[in-house]
Design a protein around this ligand. Sequence first.
Ligand SMILES: [Zn+2]
Length: 336
Amino acid sequence: MYVYYSEIFKKHTPPFRHPEAPDRLDYVIKGVVEAGGVVKEPKMREDAWRLIYSAHDKSYVEYVKRLCGAGQAEIDGDTYVSAGTCDAAALAVSAVMEALDKRETALVAARPPGHHAGFAGRALTAPTQGFCIFNTAAIGALYGGDGIAVVDIDVHHGNGTQEMLYERDLLYISTHQHPATLYPGTGYPDEVGTGRGEGFNANLPLPPGTGDDLYIKAIDEVVLPLLMQYDPRAVIVSLGWDAHKDDPLADLALSLKGYLYALSAILSLQKPTIFLLEGGYNREVLQRGTKALVRLVAAGDFRPEETQTDSPLHVARRYEEIMQEVRRHLGRYWRL
Ligand SMILES: [Zn+2]
C-alpha cells in the first residue's frame, strides 16, 4: 500500500494554537515508518482545480482562493485558511484522483480535512465548517463515479459529504457520535438521501460512551451488510481517529481494536480502498492507529496492544433503541 504524503500538506497553518495543526502529520508518518510503509509524493494534477470547481459552488471556491492569496484568514471561529491552504487542498484532491486511477489501496495522509465542507462551505445546519475547506472525500467520489462508496468513521457526522452526495446513488455510510450530543448536529437515521440518492445515505449515530463491543455490532449488523449489497467498485474511507477513547474532542470510547475491526471489515470486500485522513487529535493515537492500519493492509492481520472496551448498560440500551430506528429507515432499501 502506498502512503501519499507531501510536506505541502503541512503548509496549511493555523494563526493560533489549534487542534488541527501540521504536526498531526508528523505522528501519522512516524506510524507509517514504524510499520515499514512506503511514502510516495503525490503529483499535483492540472485537473484538480477543475474538479474542485465542479463539485463546489464557484463563488465559494473563489472566496477560498482569495483568502489563500491574502495569507492568514479565518472562515469562522473553527476554520482557518493560510497562504499554503489552497496548494495543500488541491494536492490532497490530486492524491485521491491518482489512487482512484491506479485502482490501488492507499492511505492519503493529507490536510486540511474535508468532510464538513459542503457545496458552498458550511454544510446543512452546522454552526461552522469544522476545520474543513474542500470536501476531498466527496470530490473523490464524484470523480470516481458509479460504484464508489464512502465510509466515514470519523467521530463527527460528515455533514458536508452527506450534503454533496445526497441526490447521488453513491453509497455514503457514516458512524458518528449522536448529533444531539456533538457537532455538527446532523446525521440522524431518517436522513436517507433523496431523488436518485434515496436509500444511499446511511447514518449510524452512536451514544456517547459507545465502546468497541457495540461498534463491532454496528459494523457487523449494518455497515458490512450495506457494503456487501452495494458491492462497490472502490471505497473511500473518511478516516478520523477521533472516535478513540483518548481523543480530546469527543466522547466515544473506541480502542484501536474497534477501529481495526472496522478497517478489516472494509478491506474484506477486497476492493481498492482509499483511506483519507480526516480528524483525530490525540497525536499518540494518530501514530499508533496509522501503524496498525499500515500493518493490517500489508500483513492482513494486526492486533493492537489495547484492551477491547465495553459499553455500560445504559449506553447499550440507548444503542438498541437507535438501531431499531436505523433498521426502520434503511430496511426499506437494504436487507438488514
Ligand atoms: Zn472529527
